[in-house]
Design a protein around this ligand. Structure first.
Ligand code: SAH
Length: 456
């Protein structure tokens, strides 16, 4: 088999990036756009010794689980890897991913895994769930200013101002900004030449409060005719915060560190459960409010607090989980590396009347060991790291602290599995695993686990 050959193949599985996997005489072929159950003709695009890549040339018999993607640009955009798969089967795939990683990478024995794995918590409505969108602004092939998404890993912007995962109003906001740019000949940023002014538009929405935040990322210090743009944007009901984010660096990091509030306040507020949270442009906040509520409730259940416990919440962001826990614990210590997020966390503790939460800026792996003596034993440690998981030194510190319970919230089950392996080898047992779908249509899986200290 070689490049450009066309072969008949049945797709049997989904790979970690959402691609279909079929086999030709035991040679795995990764086919972008293939859905398990599809019988297709695939054109080979690349061959390696033990596997190859192809793309769908023709669907001979579509899988019963295949659906017509509701978004017209689902394929070129690539952000929704699973839109052509029925939502039910997306959930099955995600459960399998978590289980597979815990088995292969985590070396969790099958009988234990069967016992601890709970069914995935799905969404009622798997579209329009994202409360945050960052649209790059650029020019399309005809030279018109457009908002959209970078196609795959390219510099090419695919115009789309109504992403179906985001809010309908995003389009109105983007149109107002683009009209302003056209009227005053304001140049969009050009990544290749590192020229132009407007780079990205960050939009955030408070699902429970109806508050809107717009932060315009610029390669400069201000926007021409700023007052006129503000006037256009404040016409949107619920507009609460308009800011500029200065990013003059030649980088693919979206936000600049300097935030200049040009109208309203710097933050918006949203609610999860009974708690209110102030969210700044630079702070991390879960993108799916409804599912986050379910996720945090599970984390709280697993923490099993009776009121006398000391708890650490590592990677705490704006203190969301910390304050959830503070409702039931004696004392919660939160640690987070982004200073703006910690400012939000402290303010959030105040506005919710929770005096039993303290927050530290810094890396979890550095802050935790530095404060063990001061705070003494903790019964529960919660971690919610970014995709790369926890530093091994942090896991080591945690194990030495001997908490009764570790609640691990993860957005990447491969690194979760790696860390579970370490913890199982060092005195902890896996008790509960519940995937929660925070990111319908995409391959990403969120997951919450409980580990408890083994009796010695
Ligand atoms: N628990 C929060 C945030 C989770 S996202 C929530 O549910 O909203 C992960 C957070 O970890 C981000 O806010 C990120 O800024 C922070 N972070 C990344 N590396 C870190 C480290 N080494 N130490 C502490 N925080 C870190």
């Amino acid at each position: 088999m070689k490049k450009n050959d066309v072969v008949k193949v049945t797709i049997e599985d989904i790979g970690i990036n959402g691609e279909g996997i079929g086999k030709i005489q035991n040679y795995p072929l990764f086919v972008k756009g293939g859905i398990p159950g599809d019988e297709i003709l695939a054109r080979i695009t690349k061959t390696k010794k033990t596997y190859g890549y192809g793309r769908v040339e023709e669907i001979l018999h579509p899988s019963p689980d295949r659906i017509e993607p509701p978004c017209p640009i689902a394929e070129p955009c690539g952000g929704c890897q699973l839109q052509a798969l029925s939502y039910e089967k997306q959930l099955t795939f995600k459960e399998k991913t978590v289980k597979g990683n815990l088995e292969r990478i985590g070396k969790v024995p099958s009988p234990l895994l069967e016992k601890v794995m709970n069914p995935i918590v799905g969404m009622e409505e798997p579209f329009r769930y994202r409360n945050k969108a960052a649209y790059p602004i650029g020019r399309n092939r005809d030279g018109r200013i457009v908002a959209g998404f970078y196609a795959g890993r390219t510099h090419q912007i695919i115009p789309v101002d109504d992403c179906l995962l985001g809010k309908k109003e995003n389009k109105t906001i983007l149109n107002k900004i683009i009209s302003h740019m056209e009227k005053h000949q304001i140049e969009p940023y050009d990544e290749v030449g590192h020229r132009g002014l407007i780079r990205h538009v960050l939009i955030r929405y408070g699902e429970k409060t109806g508050e809107w935040m717009v932060s315009i990322v610029i390669n400069g210090n201000t926007i021409p005719k700023k007052e006129e743009l503000i006037e256009a944007l404040v016409g949107i009901q619920g507009m609460t915060s308009i800011s500029l984010s200065v990013n003059k660096k030649n980088t693919n990091v979206i936000m600049g560190n300097e935030i200049i509030t040009i109208w309203g306040q710097e933050y918006i507020t949203d609610k999860i459960g009974d708690l209110s949270f102030q969210i700044s442009p630079l702070a991390f906040y879960q993108v799916n409010q409804k599912q986050t509520e379910k996720l945090y409730n599970l984390a709280l259940t697993y923490a099993d607090l009776k009121g006398k416990e000391k708890v650490w919440d590592l990677y705490c962001g704006i203190g969301t989980i910390s304050l959830f826990l503070a409702q039931k614990a004696e004392m919660v210590y939160g640690v987070e590396v982004v200073p703006e997020a910690i400012e939000n966390a402290k303010e959030n503790a105040k506005i919710n009347g929770l005096a039993n939460a303290r927050f530290y800026v810094g890396k979890a792996e550095e802050v935790l060991p530095a404060h063990i003596k001061e705070h003494g034993r903790a019964e529960v440690i919660v971690v919610d790291p970014p995709r790369k998981g926890c530093a091994e030194s942090l896991l080591e510190t945690m194990v030495n602290m001997e908490p009764e319970r570790i609640v691990y919230v993860s957005c990447d089950s491969a690194t979760l599995a790696r860390d579970v392996k370490y913890l199982r080898e060092n005195g902890y047992e896996l008790r509960e695993v519940t995937p929660v779908d925070q990111f319908g249509m995409t391959v990403h899986v969120e997951c919450v686990c409980l580990m408890t200290r083994k009796e010695t």
